[in-house]
Design a binder for this molecule. Structure first.
Ligand SMILES: [Zn+2]
Length: 118
């Protein structure tokens, strides 16, 4: 983590917000925010370009800002979904291993119950 990332994170924590860091190779400028096509021929001097896949005319900086916003939302939703998977209805943290054990125990209890009835 770069010192600037540490400072941003510190300031964000101080203000009750969160810093989301995109991968350094995330193609924020080269990816069309409309269709997701990546323009590998895009040069730094190309400030306005037309997506060869969907024909949208894109401003390089605005397109990059939109792609970074989308990436940030994607990361937050992914973390949120992961948190939901790790919590059961009672708010307990469970792992896939303990979930598997709990399922096996429930099945075995059901089998015992049905064998008691016969
Ligand atoms: Zn496009």
């Amino acid at each position: 983590m770069l010192i600037s990332d540490v400072l941003f994170t510190y300031k964000a924590d101080w203000n009750g917000t969160k810093v989301i860091i995109a991968d350094r190779y995330f193609p924020s400028s080269k990816m069309c925010h409309v269709c997701g096509n990546i323009n590998h021929d895009l040069k730094l001097k190309d400030r306005i370009w037309t997506c060869p896949a969907c024909g949208t005319v894109l401003d390089r900086d605005i397109n990059a800002a939109i792609n970074l916003k989308k990436e940030g939302v994607r990361q937050v939703l992914s973390e949120h979904a992961q948190d939901k998977l790790e919590q059961n209805a009672c708010g307990e943290i469970i792992s896939p291993v303990s979930l598997h054990s709990a399922t096996k125990q429930a099945v075995s209890e059901k089998q015992e119950l049905s064998s008691d009835l016969t």
